[in-house]
Design a protein around this ligand. Structure first.
Ligand code: TPP
Ligand code: DXP
Ligand code: MG
Length: 599
């Protein structure tokens, strides 16, 4: 058994390795540095996989991976074929549940705990959720249910007062209130502890006190929100003190009701630059440890092009509002916030709320734009149908990270949005391939369309090969004729056009590039019908995509030519660079050229 000093030395060693590896591979540095002691304490008191740890979002699980047999492979994290940056049960039996999206841990942990109870397994299930993830609605659905849980369930609220940016909202304020009065809560906690340890009657007195409405209770046993929901609350605890953490975890193990342990940690702990600027070190690409990571949030990308374009529109139109679900920098909305703080809303990690809130703004006469990553929009399917489309509310979804995203892997790929939105009544969707097209599409969504509108664009920068598009008019679709009239035609859209166009030139095929994906005019189908073979290339899942829909329309219209579809057949696309993934999918220039050679 390691001594406290040895455990602290282990924490230092792990920190050094984390900084080294993330500086090379990129990753979620600040979040991982903040939970080193917590992870060590968890693995000291609990034994995985018998006990299960459910990491919320999972971006902070690197130390857990190092302590569960993956230390010698940690240098492969987030690389193709290497360890995932998120928990993956297929990677290790110590990863209890898939994660990547926020606020799911309490529900998952409760399910796992209940399953253990039903199966007579006395293992514990521990959910570790950050204060950022704690702003998501699903966390409350979980808490509401879990307060009555009968399994061995422990929730650890890792409170560092930060989401990616500063945590927002009333819950954040409430947590900060608790954090700033630790002595008061510890006094309350020690009264509760004393009662628990008093032989025979202590527990009964405590239970009677908890369920009573007496003034005595409010005097000595003031409830936190969590106790009102049925949890035993332990905290706030210094999340960098391994002894204290172990003590709290041991105690939680002995309590028969669900327990919530509230720990206070520092995001970025142990690397000064990250401590000073935890937001900039939340998710980083490779960096120089000595110099640190320059702030790249203003660097040229589709996100910043969008952010600047929105400011350009908002100067002329005071009804435009900008909304983010905790992704201000990721989506380029920092410019809008800076210029129009009163029209900017960071709603926390609450995408479903953001959509319905935007619909409320629209119904009330404003022009809301919700900027959101494609992958996180997935949880808003019902809100988009029920709260937006059915009342034809005119709002704009600016869908960032559409298509392949690279190193975050399967949980973050933006490959489902086209299929999802295609089934939404009255939805309009644009897919710009360049910054200029993005500006055009944003303008069209704001002023040229009615009802729910969206534009989708990829992670990263414009492709230099597409500079020639800047000399062409921005149209809903554009035909680039091939060598032979009526020969082969390729229909495509978005970033992948940069691969398709040169491939088509090689084989002499025409290319029909869509900028507006739906609704589509009759003319598109008519045009395709004039070719002897139609090829589709789509950087999105095949099922329910544009290719499938148009192929079925062609078939219905009696088209007799050949139809070939290249789209993503298997929706689970692991981590790798976008270039490498495109090559694997046969969607790089060479792969598409081979595809077009098929007769
Ligand atoms: C549904 C969803 N929306 C947005 C994100 C992007 N995201 C990843 S981590 C994060 C902040 C998490 O903050 P917190 O839970 O407090 O963890 P910390 O990094 O502070 O430890 C956000 C917004 C996500 N993963 N899932
Ligand atoms: C963990 C998470 O969900 C985000 O931090 C995500 O990794 C951000 O990715 P980008 O680098 O594309 O902003
Ligand atoms: Mg946090």
């Amino acid at each position: 058994m390691l001594s406290t000093a040895e455990l602290n030395a282990l924490a230092e060693e792990i920190r050094e390795r984390l900084i080294e590896v993330v500086s090379q591979n990129g990753g979620h540095l600040a979040s991982n540095l903040g939970v080193v002691e917590l992870t060590i304490a968890l693995h000291r008191i609990f034994t995985t996989p018998k006990d299960a740890i459910v990491w919320d979002v999972g971006h902070q699980s690197y130390t857990h991976k190092m302590l569960t047999g993956r230390r010698d492979r940690i240098d492969t994290i987030r690389t193709e074929g290497g360890l995932s940056g998120f928990p993956k049960p297929y990677e290790s039996e110590h990863d209890a549940f898939v994660a990547g999206h926020a606020s799911t841990s309490i529900s998952a942990a409760m399910g796992l705990a209940e399953a253990k109870r039903q199966r007579g397994d006395d293992g514990y299930v521990i959910a570790v959720i950050g204060d950022g993830a704690f702003t998501g609605g699903m966390a409350y659905e979980g808490l509401n249910n879990a307060g009555k849980a009968r399994g061995n369930l422990i929730i650890i609220l890792n409170d560092n007062d930060m989401s990616i940016s500063k945590s927002v909202g009333s819950v954040a304020n409430y947590l900060s209130e608790i954090r700033t009065k630790p002595a008061y809560f510890r006094f309350k906690d020690s009264v509760s502890h004393l009662l628990e340890r008093t032989p025979m009657v202590g527990r009964q007195i405590k239970d009677a006190l908890v369920s009573s409405k007496s003034k005595l209770k409010t005097a000595i046993y003031h409830n936190t929100f969590f106790e009102d929901l049925g949890f035993d609350y332990l905290g706030p605890i210094d999340g960098h003190d391994i002894d204290m953490l172990c003590g709290a975890l041991m105690r939680a193990k002995r309590i028969s009701r669900p327990v919530l342990i509230h720990i206070a940690t520092q995001k970025g702990k142990g690397y000064q630059k990250a401590e000073e600027n935890p937001g900039a070190y939340h998710g980083v690409s490779s960096f120089d440890i000595e110099k640190g990571n320059p702030d790249i949030s203003n660097e040229d990308s589709f996100s910043t092009a969008f952010g600047r374009a929105l400011v350009g529109q908002a100067i002329k139109d005071p009804s435009i509002c900008g909304i983010t679900a905790a992704m201000k920098y990721g989506t380029g909305l920092q410019f809008f916030k800076h210029k129009y703080p009163n029209r900017f809303y960071d709603v926390g990690i609450a995408e479903e709320h953001a959509v319905t809130f935007a619909s409320g703004l629209a119904t009330g006469g404003l022009r809301p734009v919700f900027a959101v990553y494609s992958t996180f929009l997935q949880r808003c399917y019902d809100q988009i149908i029920h709260d937006v489309a059915l009342q034809h509310a005119h709002l704009v979804l600016a869908i960032d990270r559409a298509g392949l995203v690279g190193q975050d892997g399967e949980t973050h790929q933006g490959i489902y949005d086209v299929s999802m939105l295609q089934s939404v009544p009255t939805m309009t969707l644009y897919s710009p391939a360049t910054y200029r097209e993005l500006r055009h599409c944003l303008n069209a969504c704001l002023y040229g369309e009615e009802g729910p509108c969206a534009l989708r664009y990829p992670r990263g920068k414009e492709d230099g090969r597409l500079a020639f598009l800047d000399d062409l008019p921005c149209e809903d679709h554009h035909l680039f004729p091939g060598k032979k009239k009526g020969g082969k035609v390729v229909l495509t859209y978005g970033r992948i056009f940069a691969e398709v166009y040169p491939a088509a030139q090689k084989v002499g095929a025409s290319v029909l590039k869509l900028t507006k994906l739906f609704p589509l005019g009759e003319d598109v189908c008519e045009l395709l019908c004039s070719y002897k073979a139609v090829y589709f290339v789509e950087e999105g899942i095949r099922s329910g995509g544009v290719s499938e829909r148009l192929a079925s329309q062609l078939a219905e219209s009696g088209y007799r030519g050949r139809i070939h579809i290249r789209a993503i057949e298997d929706g689970v696309i692991p981590q790798a660079s976008v270039e490498s993934t495109l090559a694997h999918l046969g969607m790089d220039e060479a792969g598409i050229a081979r595809f077009l050679e098929q007769e």
